[in-house]
Ligand binder design. Sequence first.
Ligand SMILES: [Zn+2]
Length: 392
Amino acid sequence: MSTVATERRSVRSGPGDVFQMIRLNEANTRKDLQDITGLSRMTVAQRVDALLAAGLIREAGEGGSTGGRRPSRLEFDVDRSMIAVASVDTTHSRTGLTNLDGTIQVVEDLDIEIGAGPEAVLNELAASFLRLLERTDSSVSDLSGIGVSVPGPVDPHTGRPSQPPIMPGWDDYPIIEHLRKVLPVPVFVENDADAMAYGEQSAVYPNCSALCLVKVSTGIGTGVVIRGSVYHGIDGGAGDIGHIRLAGETALCQCGSRGCLAAVASGRAVAAELASQGVDAHSGRDIRKLVAEGRAETLSLVHEAGRRIGEVMATVISVVNPGVLVISGDLASSALIGGIRETLYPRSLARATRNLDIRLSSLGENAGLIGMARLVVNHLFSADEVNGRLNA
Ligand SMILES: [Zn+2]
């Protein structure tokens, strides 16, 4: 029997690997684990017992019927601890606590400008996390990790912002080390559009193997998820489309260049145009309110911003050929999506858009929190991490 077993499968089969199959719902009974790994019944039982003893998995009633006694169903214990998450944006931030499948337990909105600098913003986040723990009768020992998303490129090797155009004072700032001084748990940092794209893909479009998300708030950014993984590029610069130059445009951008997409089509650009018409608007958040109120001049400018974004997204779509393009951020609205469609389709080859679904975000303002929590869990509960923990 053992020869059959070894031939059947060359998968790694340590306790962490068995755990991963359970966490990802590839196998949820001892019998399925035996079948998939080729391990003996005895070895599977030992692995499962070790995972149960460590509190990583739990028994959850009955699995599928096999004719006789119904097998007990095994699942990742998503309530064993929590993740503290934050989406940092230009004029506000949202914090939250989630369980280990990214389900949000509680959130808090903070009015703080990113321009206040990393120390002030991160101290606010840490204080908010402590308040949320108190609100849920929990303590730091209930946290497995922290995830923070920021509106700029993040160096994937250091977790530090990498020359972020709209985050003055944050370049190369040690976010991880700063937060760990207050909350001594593992900390992870991601670009906001990347975290949002991962949230949408993993929670809403799990079968989509290529998804793009464009976030249009005060700034503009794109996140790309390929085969279930965020695509960062070599230095975390992938998807930073806000500073692609548009031919014929000369508006000055925050990055110092002229004619960037963000200088003509971001929430900041729309707000500046409205302000010149006497409307009280400064940020993407202000535009969100005006759109919700159905203000005609705002809707018209947001539609025009969508047209400019569609021009650039046509190129992105041609490179990535995604199945889903999610439109998110403060300006996400039918006016924006209408504008994007108007320029994206005529400028793309039919093959690139034949199976393209352009949708407004389903998770809205929580996309970043959910995506960030799930990314943190992927890091902390990988097969290697769990093998290391159980073999230690
Ligand atoms: Zn720029």
